[in-house]
Design a binder for this molecule. Structure first.
Ligand SMILES: [Zn+2]
Length: 420
C-alpha cells in the first residue's frame, strides 16, 4: 500500500467509531472518542513512536532524532468531530505524520530534530462548547474556567476528565517551553472548494482568518398585513433583509478578495403570516485573511445598516459578540513549504484559511505553517460527504517530508533563524 492509500485507509478505520450509529460524531471523552484515542495510540506505537497520553487526553507520539539538544517539531491536528462530521477533518493531520514517521523509521532516515505527532483530543467544542482544548495548554493559553462547563446532560468537564482517568489539575503543567520547539506544522483538508475548482491538489496557507461577530436588532412597526399600504410601512423584516444583502454586496466587492460575510441566523421575532414584522434579528460573521480589510468591511456594513434603517424609518442596533484576530503563518515557513510543494511540479497556491484550526492557537507562540489538501465532492466538509483522494494524500505526504527536510537543513545552518 502506498503512503497515500495508508492515510485514506487509516481515516476510514477511525471513522468507524461514532457516538451515533448513522453519522460520524465523536465528542470529547465519549466512548467513540476513547476508542479513537486507543486506535491512534496503537498506530503510533506500530509506527515506532514513543507514546504518551497527556492530562487533557491528547495522544502524543515522539520520534527522537538521538541528539540530546535537538529542538522538537510539533505536528498534528484534532481527532474529535462536529456532529455528523467528516472522516478527514483533523484526522488527516494526525495519520499523515504517523505514516511518515513509520516511513522514516523503516528507511532509517533521521531528521535533525525530534518529531512529535500530536493527536489533539478536542478542537471542535461539540460537547462543552470549548475550543482548542487540546492545543491551548501546550502554548500556555488554556482557560481553566472551561473545566467548570457542563455538557447537555449536566456533566462537568472536570468530572468527565477524572472519569476518563485524566488529570484536570495537570493541564496547566502541559505548557511547553517555546525555546525547545522548532515550531508547529499542520496538514488539514481544505474544507472548501477553492483547490477543487482550481484543479490543484495542495495549497499553502498564508494566514488563518480571524473572525468578528455582531448580533443585530432591527425594530420597526408591526401592523396588519392587509390594511397598511406599502408606502406607510416600517417593516423590520424587509429592512433586515436589505441590510444582509448590503453586507453581501460589500464583501463581494472587497478589494482584498478575502473578506467573507455570513448572516447565519436571521429571524423575524414572533413572526406571523398576517403581521408586518415589528422586530427582526440577524447575526453578522465577517472573516478575512487580515484584520484590516475585515474591520474596514465591518465599519462599512454597519454604516449601511444605519442608512437603511434611517431611510426605512426603523431602528438598528448591533452588539459585538466576538472578535478574534487573524493568525498569519510564519513567512519563512510559508516560503519553504511552497518551495517543497513546487518541487513536485505543483502550483503551490497560497491561500488564507477561512476556518479556525489548532495551528491558529499554536501560531500565537510558535513558528507555524499549514498545508491544505483538496477536498472532493464540491468541497463539502463537516459532513459525511467529505472526501479526498489517496493520490492527493500521497502528494501531501511527499511535500510534508520535503518541507521537514528543508526545515532540518535550515535549523542546522542557523539554529536561531527559524525562530525569527
Ligand atoms: Zn478540523
Amino acid at each position: 500500500m502506498s503512503i497515500g492509500q495508508q492515510i485514506i485507509a487509516a481515516c476510514e478505520r477511525l471513522g468507524r467509531h461514532s457516538d451515533d450509529p448513522d453519522g460520524l460524531t465523536v465528542a470529547y471523552l465519549s466512548a467513540a472518542h476513547c476508542a479513537v484515542a486507543a486506535e491512534l495510540k496503537q498506530a503510533m506505537v506500530a509506527a515506532g513512536l514513543a507514546v504518551t497520553v497527556d492530562a487533557v487526553g491528547n495522544v502524543i507520539g515522539r520520534l527522537a532524532c538521538g541528539r540530546p539538544d535537538a529542538p522538537t517539531l510539533l505536528t498534528g491536528s484534532h481527532f474529535d468531530t462536529v456532529r455528523n462530521g467528516g472522516r478527514f477533518d483533523g484526522r488527516l493531520g494526525i495519520v499523515l505524520p504517523i505514516a511518515l514517521a513509520r516511513h522514516l523509521n523503516e528507511s532509517g532516515e533521521r531528521l535533525p530534530f525530534d518529531l512529535e505527532v500530536a493527536a489533539f483530543a478536542e478542537e471542535e467544542g461539540l460537547r462543552f462548547a470549548s475550543t482548542f482544548l487540546g492545543s491551548s495548554p501546550l502554548v500556555g493559553q488554556f482557560d481553566a474556567n472551561v473545566l467548570e462547563c457542563t455538557d447537555a446532560s449536566g456533566v462537568r468537564m472536570r468530572d468527565a476528565m477524572k472519569d476518563a482517568g485524566l488529570d484536570p489539575d495537570g493541564i496547566a503543567g502541559l505548557r511547553r517551553d517555546p525555546a525547545s520547539l522548532l515550531g508547529y506544522y499542520e496538514v488539514h483538508i481544505e474544507q472548501g472548494p477553492v483547490l477543487l475548482h482550481a484543479g490543484e491538489a495542495l495549497g499553502v496557507v498564508t494566514s488563518i482568518a480571524g473572525c468578528v461577530r455582531h448580533c443585530c436588532r432591527v425594530i420597526g412597526t408591526a401592523g396588519h398585513a392587509g390594511t397598511v399600504p406599502m408606502p406607510l410601512r416600517h417593516d423590520a423584516g424587509t429592512a433586515a433583509a436589505e441590510m444582509v444583502l448590503a453586507m453581501e454586496a460589500r464583501c463581494r466587492a472587497d478589494p482584498s478578495a478575502t473578506v467573507v460575510g455570513t448572516a447565519g441566523r436571521f429571524e423575524v421575532v414572533r413572526g406571523a403570516t398576517n403581521v408586518i414584522p415589528g422586530e427582526a434579528q440577524f447575526t453578522i460573521d465577517l472573516r478575512a485573511a487580515e484584520d484590516g480589510p475585515r474591520d474596514r468591511a465591518l465599519a462599512d456594513v454597519l454604516l449601511s445598516c444605519q442608512e437603511i434603517a434611517r431611510r426605512r424609518g426603523v431602528s438598528f442596533a448591533s452588539e459585538l459578540t466576538m472578535k478574534v484576530p487573524a493568525t498569519p503563518c510564519t513567512p519563512a515557513w510559508v516560503d519553504a513549504l511552497a518551495a517543497a510543494v513546487a518541487g513536485f511540479g505543483l502550483p503551490a497556491r497560497r491561500m488564507p484559511s477561512g476556518a479556525g484550526h489548532d495551528a491558529m492557537m499554536m501560531g500565537r507562540a510558535l513558528p507555524m505553517a499549514m498545508l491544505f489538501v483538496r477536498c472532493g465532492n464540491g468541497g463539502v466538509s463537516h459532513s459525511p460527504a467529505e472526501t479526498m483522494t489517496a493520490a492527493d494524500a500521497e502528494l501531501a505526504a511527499a511535500a510534508t517530508l520535503a518541507f521537514w527536510r528543508s526545515l532540518g537543513a535550515a535549523a542546522q545552518d542557523a539554529p536561531d533563524r527559524a525562530r525569527e
